[in-house]
Design a protein around this ligand. Structure first.
Ligand code: NAX
Length: 331
């Protein structure tokens, strides 16, 4: 039998945490043959709710779940973890300045970065979900210099899956037959959902999404806006932000990273930019990636038309600005 993997979930008493931890305990994230020990971190005001989550995990009697550590102590939470899913953060409240929210998150990610760097297992893989996700991941990278930068990522898989969902609804095809959409850039409304290389599996082979949809106005307009604004639409409908879809896509992100992407398929991940596609190096930016043996690689050589170039540049500009803002909050 495999040794249990230790998986940290921060913000585990929150909504995404509540949807995510049972998925991990059922093997959705790391596979049906991989036992897990869950490390749940939250802050003191949420400690009762956190213990309630632990009670429910025990009550669910998950065969793969070999232990639960529920704590408000960052060091205890980070010790020995192989995977860290960072869902905890400081949300933007009405009337708050962006700088104030950034400054709260900088201080959270700074201290959690140091704890991970000192106490996590070697080669720990980190996924930042909490917003501003790309910039929180960048701060984490900055304050955990001994964690390889390729091990620090942020979640844009939800946006990627939303794009697959929109194409599948529009064409009335199975979502599992649609692939290779791309989310470029920031996990914010400046992101660019790109279908120029996306295909649909049909009985007569793979066909281009652009050709099948045959409506460039929709693809360049409403489709993009729907994906960009989907988070807000969910809040409007549910009065709470996306949780089950966020949790599910966090599992997809880690699963594909650890176990690999299928041949011929790429996914979107927020990763440390190396300058590919003329995106400034040193940002955490969402790119199309393939994964193999636990490592991701940016898909190279895709054509970028003028429309796409503008959208990529705009979201890169926003991230550069966020980075500057974050750095002014460091000291
Ligand atoms: P909730 O407010 O329900 O939960 C957040 C939890 O984090 C709370 O229990 C809170 O006590 C805890 N927390 C706060 N500070 C902490 C700290 N320093 N250490 C540990 N825990 C801490 O929010 P939820 O709906 O679960 O969303 C969590 C985060 O995900 C938010 O930042 C949200 O904006 C972000 N999202 C990111 C998405 C993405 O695709 N990247 C999509 C979904 C979601 O909006």
């Amino acid at each position: 039998a495999k040794e249990p993997a230790r998986v940290l979930v921060t913000g585990a008493a929150g909504q995404i945490g509540y949807a995510l931890v049972p998925m991990i305990a059922r093997g959705v994230m790391l596979g049906a043959d991989q036992p897990v020990i869950l490390h749940l971190l939250d802050i003191p005001p949420a400690v009762e709710a956190l213990n309630g989550v632990k009670m429910e995990l025990i009550d669910a009697a998950f065969p793969l779940l070999k232990g639960v550590v529920a704590t408000t102590d960052v060091v205890e939470a980070c010790t020995g973890v192989n995977i860290a899913v960072m869902v905890g953060g400081f949300p933007r409240k009405e009337g708050m300045e962006r700088k104030d929210v950034m400054s709260k998150n900088v201080s959270i990610y700074k201290s959690q970065a140091s704890a991970l760097e000192k106490h996590a297992a070697a080669n720990c893989k980190v996924l930042v979900v909490a917003n501003p996700a790309n910039t929180n991941a960048l701060i984490l990278k900055e304050f955990a210099p001994s964690i390889p930068e390729k091990n620090i990522t942020c979640l844009t898989r939800l946006d990627h899956n939303r794009a697959l969902g929109q194409v599948s609804e529009r064409l009335n095809v199975q979502v599992s037959d649609v692939k290779n959409v791309i989310i470029w850039g920031n996990h914010s409304s400046s992101q660019y959902p790109d279908v120029n290389h996306a295909t649909v599996k049909t009985p007569s082979g793979d066909k281009s999404v652009r050709e099948l949809v045959a409506d460039d106005a929709w693809l360049n307009g409403e489709f993009i806006a729907t994906v960009q604004q989907r988070g807000a639409a969910i809040i409007k409908a549910r009065k709470f932000s996306s949780a089950l879809s966020a949790a599910s896509s966090a599992c997809d992100h880690i699963r594909d990273w650890v176990l690999g992407t299928p041949e011929g398929t790429w996914v979107s991940m927020g990763v440390y930019s190396d300058g590919s596609y003329n995106v400034p190096a040193g940002l955490i930016f969402s790119f199309p990636v393939t994964c193999c043996n636990g490592d991701w690689k940016i898909v190279q050589g895709l054509s970028i038309d003028e429309f796409s170039r503008k959208k990529l540049d705009a979201t890169a500009d926003e991230l550069t600005e966020e980075k500057t803002l974050a750095y002014t909050c460091i000291n």
